[in-house]
Ligand binder design. Structure first.
Ligand SMILES: [Zn+2]
Length: 337
């Protein structure tokens, strides 16, 4: 905790010595060994953790929480091992330099450049949709399965690694989550296990969402811990992907963020822009929305609140809101595939 306290004030050190230093080795070793297993070791680890916690709790209840001097210290010791592993294996990346600083771009943008960029995204998304869908009013049929999307996402990183050597991705470790049912009711597309460095994907989500989700989780594996930065990586990789289906998933993903920002600033303008999008693309968005509606449950807001708190604790003060910083990165970098 003391080390974190110091590092929090020195993001440049974290950037140099951790994120671009030992983290590269730690993450590659973890992925090399755990990537061999076709199932998620991290999910098994989580399941065991929950199991042992229940056993432990049962013991405490039976003994009516007697002898606290014994079990409090033992429990604290175990939690501190997890706390240490979380930070050394991945979590310290939360304290690195913000991406706009390492890319040397502004963190804010004016409405004019936002609208200009959004118009470009609509034009590109429409073009791609027109080529891939049977007509302008239907959704695109992805001609591959979920495993192939994993492979294509890894390939996407290989494709840009010459231009962005810091995004070199070796020893792929991308797996379907064993807990996709739980992830779905919690409202999550996927997650990175911070201790085992495995990217877990919720393969229940519609195929249209899978390329950006997988690329997002790989972005986390490469040490971009913050949500918005992993989203930026997802845009970067999919929008410049040689495969047009991946590209389509990427452009429409970036578009949804930018459109959301336009509507916050100028509702009329966003409606005009919305009207120029192919109806088939709108259908894709609606299907995603529908998917989450169908799996809505009373616990979901609770999980989101918990995750928001988690992000706040881990140096993302805007919590879930920080997802929108991706627009600043996209617009100012004027990202084009
Ligand atoms: Zn994420």
């Amino acid at each position: 905790m003391l080390v974190i306290f110091i590092l929090k004030r020195n993001p440049a050190w974290v950037e140099e010595f951790y994120s671009n230093g030992i983290y590269i080795y730690i993450s590659n070793i973890l992925r090399k060994f755990l990537g061999y297993f076709p199932f998620s070791i991290g999910d098994v680890f989580y399941a065991l953790l929950v199991f042992f916690f229940i056993v432990w709790l049962r013991k405490r209840i039976i003994s009516r929480f007697k002898n606290p001097q014994k079990w409090v210290i033992a429990a604290f010791a175990k939690v501190s091992i997890l706390f240490f592993l979380f930070h050394i294996n991945w979590g310290l990346n939360y304290y690195r330099l913000p991406l706009h600083q390492s890319l040397e771009i502004e963190a804010d943008y004016d409405t004019e450049s936002l609208v200009k960029y959004t118009t470009y995204l609509i034009q590109k998304s429409n073009e791609l949709h027109h080529r891939l869908a049977k007509s302008d009013s239907v959704t695109v049929n992805f001609p591959f399965d979920k495993k192939e999307v994993f492979r294509l996402s890894v390939e996407g990183y290989h494709h840009i690694q010459q231009q962005y050597p810091e995004l070199t991705y070796n020893n792929a470790s991308v797996k379907p989550s064993l807990f996709r049912y739980f992830l779905t009711i919690m409202g999550f597309n996927g997650y990175l296990n911070p201790i085992t460095n495995e990217a877990q994907i919720n393969t229940k989500i519609p195929l249209f969402k899978l390329p950006t989700t997988t690329s997002h989780e790989i972005g986390h594996q490469l040490g971009f811990a913050k949500e918005n930065e992993a989203n930026y990586m997802a845009c970067l990789v999919t929008m410049s992907h040689p495969n047009e289906y991946m590209k389509y998933a990427g452009y429409t993903f970036a578009l949804s963020y930018c459109l959301g920002e336009v509507s916050k600033r100028d509702v009329c303008l966003s409606e005009n822009l919305y009207a120029s999008i192919n109806p088939g693309i709108i259908k894709e968005y609606q299907q995603i929305h529908q998917f989450w509606l169908e799996h809505e449950n009373p616990l979901e807001p609770f999980f989101k609140l918990f995750y928001g708190q988690y992000l706040k604790v881990n140096n993302q003060p805007q919590g879930m809101q920080s997802y929108n910083y991706v627009v600043a990165l996209l617009v100012n970098k004027n990202l084009k595939g």
